[in-house]
Design a protein around this ligand. Structure first.
Ligand SMILES: Nc1ncnc2c1ncn2[C@@H]1O[C@H](COP(=O)(O)OP(=O)(O)OP(=O)(O)O)[C@@H](O)[C@H]1O
Length: 253
């Protein structure tokens, strides 16, 4: 399933945070959104998953007009892993992940065998198989992040939006989470901070600065010394990692 944004503009408290952004993620593609703190990545993503209403523009998930369709209908197709995963009430890890099944069920419909299997499989995927009965509030930041991803996996979405999914994660789980997400083989739009990881996992990158798309394309084609300098105001040298051949970046003093 593909996702498109057409000419999105978002003004918050009088400031134009997202300025006429259009982007497209094809079915099965992993697309990254990169750019400095405060450039508007989360705001753009929130408008695409209906938490913020844009002043202008359209969002389509396949043929569905997202902004005109109910959250419940969208949630059958779209999974979201947001940036902040704090709760006021406590749930067990099992209950948290089971919430991913809600969009597929009628009101008061009991959880069935398939729901239980999907929840167990999702927890297995994020390496939290033994955590089902733990209280969510007692988990570390990285464990919480993986529970939220498990919830999105149990939801069986056809598209996934992720806002800094590797926040809080140590290197093992950063790699694991991106691999798990990639292995789902669904369209993914993810805001990412680590440029080398974004280059390694994303088919296409959109580079955002001050609410505008500065560049878009294949990571190896667009991540140049001059673009990184322009976006992040730092000096660097982009090179091919001699061990892996992947794009690597040396940040210069
Ligand atoms: N409700 C709001 N009212 C006013 N300004 C806001 C509001 N929400 C966000 N902003 C501002 O919009 C800008 C973009 O924020 P956003 O969270 O989208 O950036 P980001 O690119 O995701 O940043 P980061 O990498 O730090 O997560 C920031 O300057 C932020 O302070």
């Amino acid at each position: 399933m593909n996702l498109t944004a057409e000419h999105l503009s978002i003004t918050l408290s009088g400031a134009e945070i997202v300025k006429d952004i259009s982007l497209r993620v094809e079915a099965g593609q992993f697309v990254g959104l990169i750019g400095p703190n405060g450039c508007g990545k989360s705001t753009l993503l929130k408008s695409m998953y209906k938490v913020i209403k844009p002043q202008k523009g359209l969002v389509f998930l396949g043929e569905t007009d997202v902004l005109k369709t109910s959250e419940r209908v969208i949630a059958k197709e779209l999974g979201v892993v947001g940036q902040f995963n704090e709760l006021n009430f406590d749930f067990t890890v099992h209950e948290m992940v089971m919430m991913g099944r809600t969009p597929h069920k009628h009101l008061m419909e009991a959880d069935n065998k398939q729901d239980y299997e999907l929840v167990a499989a999702a927890l297995e995927k994020v390496d939290l198989a033994g955590y089902a009965d733990r209280s969510y509030l007692t988990l570390s930041g990285g464990e919480k992040q993986r529970v939220i991803l498990a919830r999105a996996i149990a939801q069986q979405p056809r598209f996934l939006i992720l806002d800094e999914p590797t926040n809080h994660l140590d290197i093992k789980y950063q790699l694991q989470i991106l691999q798990v997400v990639k292995s789902l083989n669904i369209g993914v739009l993810a805001a990412l901070h680590d440029l080398s990881m974004a280059a390694a996992y994303c088919d296409i990158l959109y580079v955002v600065k001050r609410g505008e798309v500065l560049a878009a394309g294949k990571p190896k084609e667009i991540l140049t010394n001059s673009l990184i300098r322009q976006v992040y105001e730092i000096d660097c040298e982009v090179y091919a990692n001699p061990v892996t051949g992947d794009l690597a970046i040396a940040y210069l003093p």
